[in-house]
Design a binder for this molecule. Structure first.
Ligand code: PLP
Length: 297
């Protein structure tokens, strides 16, 4: 049984012309492939699968899913087989995109299903027949968020991070921010930047994991919705990556950094605030993004 240890990652400063301090916790460096919040979300799930003596990880995702990619990488690194249930049966007949090709090369068995079937499985958590079909299998929900994932994300913060006034994190399913809210100090405010539009429901997702309320969901920087983008965002992502030497992608971290800098410019943060942004990884998606959109990051 392989031990699962996540190394502490560097905190890097970003210079701004304002009085606030902006630092980045480079969780994207915690593993070359499992990377960022994904490794945190998987850690206790992998330990649980090991304890239960299950030999396969099974999960769900869209064609560009960071979670699919990370689960394939984690399975390979820690001695599991893996199965990926992918949304869209039409993909079975097409050339695989870089995310899925990588996942397959790391040993993941990809199964393509229709969008209706996918919705039934993932929205209703209707895993019964999957569990029968694949008996020795540990099933992870779409996006990887569950109680054990949230527990893993509590560990993103450590003794180095308690001096910050604000902790910023991108949001998809809200699992990552829930763990951070749980472990943040009472004087800290956690700011979530949803990558999707109409994300009011994410408050309920947070409330399922924590009763703490020292957080705010900042809805203004989704750029039209999940995986949507504008020329302004692409230009920002490229400039930010070049100037800071911190690679970011346009789906999650790019939108968050755009939001943080815009809030700084608009005096959201009191003078001399110490702000920590969590870099949650997701960099594997850049290759597929460039191929699909011919807009280069
Ligand atoms: C790179 C990256 N950052 C942030 C998130 C959001 O995490 P969560 O779904 O836990 O809110 C995701 C997706 O899950 C992601 O892939």
């Amino acid at each position: 049984m392989k031990h699962i240890i996540i190394p502490a990652c560097p905190i890097q400063s970003i210079s701004t012309p304002y009085t606030v301090q902006l630092d980045v916790l480079r969780e994207d460096l915690n593993h070359p492939l499992i990377q960022g919040n994904k490794f945190r979300k998987l850690k206790y799930n992998l330990i649980e699968a090991q304890k239960l003596n299950l030999d396969t990880l099974l999960t769900f995702g869209g064609a560009y899913s960071n979670h699919i990619h990370a689960t394939a990488a984690a399975a390979k690194a820690f001695g599991f087989k893996s199965i990926g249930i992918i949304r869209g049966e039409e993909l079975a007949t097409k050339e695989l995109n870089p995310t899925l090709k990588d996942a397959q090369n790391m040993g993941m068995d990809l199964k393509f299903i229709s969008r209706t079937e996918y919705r039934d499985l993932t929205q209703n958590h209707n895993y019964h027949h999957l569990q029968e079909q694949f008996p020795n299998t540990y099933i992870l929900p779409e996006g990887g968020s569950n109680e054990l994932a949230v527990k893993g994300c509590e560990e993103i913060l450590d003794e180095r991070t308690s001096a910050y006034d604000f902790i910023c994190v991108p949001m998809g399913t809200a699992g990552t921010i829930s763990g951070i809210i749980r472990s943040a100090k009472p004087h800290q405010k956690v700011l979530g930047f949803p990558a999707l539009k109409g994300a009011d429901f994410l408050k309920e997702s947070i409330e399922a994991y924590t009763t703490h309320t020292h957080y705010e969901i900042i809805n203004a920087y989704h750029f039209g919705g999940y995986a949507k983008f504008t020329d302004v965002l692409i230009k920002f992502v490229n400039n930010f990556s070049a100037e800071s030497q911190i690679p970011v992608e346009p789906i999650y971290t790019g939108k968050m950094f755009y939001g943080i800098l815009d809030l700084i410019e608009n005096d959201y943060f009191p003078e001399n605030s110490k702000i920590l942004a969590i870099h949650t990884g997701g960099l594997q998606g850049i290759e597929g993004f460039n191929k699909a959109h011919k807009q280069f990051i």
